[in-house]
Design a binder for this molecule. Structure first.
Ligand SMILES: Nc1nc2c(ncn2[C@@H]2O[C@H](COP(=O)(O)OP(=O)(O)OP(=O)(O)O)[C@@H](O)[C@H]2O)c(=O)[nH]1
Length: 412
């Protein structure tokens, strides 16, 4: 399961004068070093190609952790989004969140390490009389800028500030993805949501093309913390940070074809963000049911995880149709796998990949009888996924190791 550490962030200022303080020595595994090197080379190559500024690789900001920056007007919902998605705060409790006074930095260790920075709405980093912001320290990492617009409020000023921000960034950091969350759409009708999205999109595109900026990487999402839309939007944002996402998708597409699954998702179990899915068209209803299923399993195992099981129970699970010792049926030693929930027609299957990731698939009617073959195929895919993520996983001793994910009801 993911673990998060929160620092009450100091505003990064330009500290060019005075000797730099020695930083604590941290163990970095050879795999992480190699990954960091490849990542750096790739970033510098991309930036050189476009003649953009290449930040100093020894500067403290290049820690190899992609960064998500949450920006927007005051009370637009930035802290609520971060708390609901990354800290499991119930949406109704965001009503009591205080306004953010300083940059809030979260470091998240999951299937990959990344950071989430929550900016106070009242600070304009490009036009601030009190501070000189170190732009490289903020925007130096490849990641995404998430601009939150309150759709229930007058959004013209928010759009104007977003335009100014895009224009500033476009010059020095043209590759940063800008993700616009048109937020708090829960109180709005479907038609009105689409009207707002169209209006915001046109206002941004018109302003950018007036300024001669074409094809800026700006994407739009309709979001609310009161439903799955915020998780779905974050899934899309995170997926852009995963190298070789296409290979993950190809694995899931092959699995769906071989096992005749309707849809398969690879979930980060802690945040319910999906890392990848197969190539069939996006389907919100499938995502919702799979996401709820992850929740059910987590809740269930939290309640019953340590329940001692009888030999009889174990014998039943090891018998037909699985015919395998329980240890052989689990994806890793910390976690249960191969859970099947059969509603009337479409069984849903969850299989853990490791302590962070779970494969969830919606099967077709009648596929339950073919579980032994399906399990064999899933074994192969889980092995492939494990290899894929091996290099990006946080290592023991390098910090950020969370408790086991879905603890087996039987093995607890
Ligand atoms: N209806 C609705 N309200 C939301 C949503 N997200 C956040 N809110 C509410 O918006 C209010 C402001 O949320 P915050 O997260 O504090 O806003 P912020 O952008 O972090 O504000 P600053 O820290 O001042 O920059 C809170 O009362 C939240 O409950 C949403 O999706 N729908």
């Amino acid at each position: 399961m993911s673990s998060a550490s929160t620092e009450d962030g100091d505003v990064p200022v330009d500290t060019s004068s005075g000797p730099s303080r020695p930083r604590p020595i941290r163990y970095i595994s050879p795999a992480a070093l190699n990954l960091h090197r490849v990542y750096e080379q790739n970033r510098q190559r991309l930036q050189k190609k476009d003649g953009a500024k290449v930040p100093d690789p020894t500067a403290p900001q290049t820690k190899g952790k992609p960064r998500l920056l949450l920006m927007g007007q005051r009370r637009s919902g930035k802290s609520s989004i971060s708390s609901v998605v990354f800290h499991k705060l119930p949406p109704s409790e965001t009503l009591f969140l205080e306004s953010t006074a300083r940059i809030q930095k979260d470091s998240l260790s999951s299937f990959m390490e990344f950071q989430v920075w929550d900016f106070p709405g009242q600070i304009d980093i490009f036009d601030n009389p009190n501070f000189t912001f170190d732009m490289d320290a903020i925007f130096g990492e490849i990641g995404a800028l998430i601009w939150v617009i309150d759709a229930q409020d007058d959004y013209l000023e928010a759009v104007a500030r977003l335009n100014a921000t895009i224009l500033h960034l476009h010059r020095s950091y043209p590759h940063i993805n800008i993700e616009v969350f048109i937020h708090k759409v829960d109180g709005l009708s479907d038609d009105y949501r689409l009207d707002i999205q169209r209006d915001v999109t046109i206002r941004i595109q018109d302003e950018l093309s007036d300024q001669g900026v074409e094809n800026a990487p700006v994407n739009f999402h309709l979001t609310s913390i009161y439903n799955h839309s915020i998780f779905e939007a974050f899934s899309k944002v995170i997926q852009k940070l995963i190298p070789r996402l296409g290979q993950l998708e190809a694995m899931l597409t092959n699995l769906c074809r071989t096992c005749r699954f309707e849809k398969a998702y690879l979930f980060d179990v802690n945040t319910k963000i999906y890392i990848a899915t197969d190539s069939t068209p996006e389907d919100m209803a499938s995502y919702e049911i799979c996401s709820d299923y992850v929740d059910v399993i987590i809740d269930f195992t939290e309640v019953y995880g340590s329940w001692p099981r009888s030999d009889q129970w174990r014998a039943r699970l090891e018998g037909e149709p699985w015919a395998q010792p329980l240890e052989g049926q689990v994806a890793c030693e910390w976690a249960e796998s191969g859970m099947v929930l059969a509603d009337a027609r479409r069984p849903i299957m969850l299989r853990e990949v490791d302590r962070f990731l779970a494969l969830v698939a919606i099967m077709k009617e009648g596929s339950y009888e073919k579980m032994p073959q399906i399990n064999m195929n899933i074994d192969v895919v889980v092995k492939g996924l494990t290899e894929f993520f091996e290099i990006t996983k946080p290592k023991e001793g390098a910090g950020g190791v969370g408790p086991p994910g879905l603890v087996s009801p039987g093995l607890g």
